[in-house]
Design a binder for this molecule. Structure first.
Ligand code: FAD
Length: 518
């Protein structure tokens, strides 16, 4: 059975036992990628249970360096989460709710540590939101049963997606493998079930007296970022200024975007030099913002109050946020995408080039293709890259350089502040033409045309590749090919590492041969 089925079976088979568990001395909410108080389904449920029984609500977060390693979590992302925990702790403390944070060296120790913690504090119920990655689903299926066997109740909730995975199916009863019909069904499903956009209120204050019972937990400090993920001082300074953490910042960012930019989103979203997108992916990834809230706030600004009618900018933005749901649905239905496999098995046979110097040039933003280099340097400097550029560099790596897309997928996870397994895997699958609903393999982005179309004045290139700053006019897109070779050379900017036309032909042959091979 797929991991999601293992979890639903565990929940179904323990339903009676869980119902019988009486609330004891405390209720625990386990924070994972849902680092917010507002509109957090499991936290709301935990609070309701604790309040009804008049016992304290305790929150816990376990920092696992091994888990960060296994998930390739970027240091900038870990740092963002640690900063968010400080904000969360302050907000919870104001509600007399403790946030207990502990480092657990081995990820396999997490379930036992949680149960031990519950027993230490006489807690009967553990609440958490579901994470859809394979290991997490399997772990939690097991935990539900272990808890039940010990007379404890573990309650899990769909929260991360607006529409829970598995809720939508095509006419033939299967998960959609194509976005557009899936999206139509997604919209119709929300219109038919408007409660999917309901907000869950933040927890209320712990009942009088409850604070004292758990007073010792307020003393815990939030650990430093684990050593394996620590940022240099300079990086930390830059990232802290770029990416303020926490849910208040997320809410402000969303409001500001809706106030100032959403109307123009469809016109501006593809131009990396214009800050035309929301830059809330970091918050959706860390759970400092719920996707429900994002969609609801955008929809409410639309006069039609519909997701797919009315103002174009709002509709387009909602349909982009929906991609996030789509890729999580895909991951849940076809968990093998999590295991380094292309969505379509025939794409396993492509013979990739493992040219290490090409890969290094790509990572460092020194390929001699200014738009690619600008994008890769933006990634390294900001922990973020504009969506258009993500597609350009992913296509360049997998097709122009014919390098295994999984190396790029990994590099992105190791560097993105918004790294999200499903969206990243989906984006790479799309661009490298190996994923679900991909760009057809014979559509190969021409980096020069992409550059001219989406960075017409070369502003984005000049910002991120400053050594080309003095090159005037169209030569900025291709200095060696357009009469600015001497200037580029003097500035130390490399020549293109491949010829686009030749590499395009090579990619077409390699893809064709790979797909045709048994
Ligand atoms: P906006 O344009 O304002 O969009 C709003 C939100 O919609 C985003 O924050 C994001 O949550 C969602 N969204 C938009 N486009 C997509 C998309 N194509 N797929 C999934 N969700 C989308 N997004 C991640 O959140 N994490 C990743 O690790 C990630 N890796 C990617 C890798 C590649 C190769 C590609 C092509 C795309 C990837 N994306 C990823 C999707 C997209 O690039 C980012 O979500 C977007 O650039 C974030 O900027 P924003 O918040 O300003 O987006």
């Amino acid at each position: 059975p797929r991991p999601i089925e293992q979890l639903t079976t565990a929940l179904r088979e323990t339903a009676e036992e869980r119902k019988k568990v009486k609330v004891k001395d405390a209720v625990v909410h386990w924070f994972k990628m849902d680092l917010r108080l507002k509109d957090n389904r499991a936290l709301w449920e935990a609070n309701e249970t604790a309040q009804a029984a008049g016992v304290p609500l305790i929150c816990i977060y376990l920092v696992s360096p091994e888990d960060f390693e296994a998930h390739l979590t970027a240091p900038v992302r870990v740092d963002f989460m640690i900063r968010t925990l400080h904000i969360l702790k302050k907000d919870l403390t104001a509600l007399d709710i403790p946030l207990y944070v502990e480092t657990v060296e081995k990820r396999k120790e997490i379930p036992d540590r949680l149960i031990e913690f519950m027993e230490e504090w006489g807690a009967s119920h553990l609440f958490a939101n579901i994470e859809y990655e394979v290991d997490e689903l399997r772990r939690e299926a097991k935990m539900v049963r272990t808890c039940a066997s010990r007379g404890l109740a573990m309650e899990l909730f769909h929260d991360s997606c607006v529409v829970p995975p598995g809720a939508l199916s095509s006419g033939s009863g299967k998960q959609y493998a194509v976005y557009t019909p899936w999206y139509r069904t997604w919209v119709a499903h929300i219109h038919e079930n408007p409660e999917l956009l309901t907000t869950f209120e933040p927890p209320s204050k712990n009942p009088p007296g409850a604070r004292d019972k758990v007073a010792a937990l307020f003393d815990c400090d939030i650990p430093d970022t684990p050593e394996n993920k620590r940022l240099s001082k300079d990086d930390a300074k830059r990232f802290h200024a770029l990416w303020p953490a926490g849910e208040h910042e997320a809410a402000d960012r969303l409001d500001k975007f809706c106030e100032e930019k959403i109307g123009q989103y469809s016109k501006r979203r593809n131009f990396p030099a214009q800050a035309g997108t929301s830059s809330i992916s970091v918050h959706l990834a860390a759970g400092t913002l719920s996707a429900r809230t994002a969609i609801r706030i955008a929809r409410d600004r639309n006069k039609t109050k519909k997701l797919d009618a009315g103002q174009e900018g709002i509709q387009t933005w909602i349909s982009e946020v929906a991609w996030r749901d789509f890729y999580k649905h895909v991951l849940v239905n076809w968990p093998y995408v999590c295991m380094n496999k292309p969505f379509k098995p025939e794409y396993s046979n492509i013979e990739w080039s493992y040219n290490a110097s090409h890969f290094t040039a790509w990572c460092e933003g020194r390929t001699g293709f200014p738009i690619v280099d600008a994008a890769m340097r933006q990634l390294r400097s900001m922990g973020y890259m504009h969506n258009r550029c993500r597609m350009v560099v992913a296509s360049f790596l997998s097709k122009d350089l014919l390098i295994d897309w999984r190396m790029g997928e990994r590099f992105f996870m190791e560097n993105l502040i918004d790294g999200d397994f499903a969206s990243n895997n989906g984006g790479w699958g799309f661009s490298a033409s190996v994923g679900v609903d991909p760009q057809p393999y014979f559509r190969i982005f021409n980096p020069l045309l992409q550059s001219e179309k989406f960075d017409p004045e070369g502003e984005y290139i000049r910002k991120w590749v400053p050594e080309l700053g003095d090159i005037k006019g169209k030569a900025i897109h291709d200095p060696y090919g357009r009469g600015a070779a001497a200037q580029a050379k003097k500035a130390g900017y490399p020549k293109p590492i491949v010829d686009h036309k030749e590499s395009r032909d090579r990619a077409l042959s390699a893809y064709k041969a790979g797909i045709g091979r048994d």
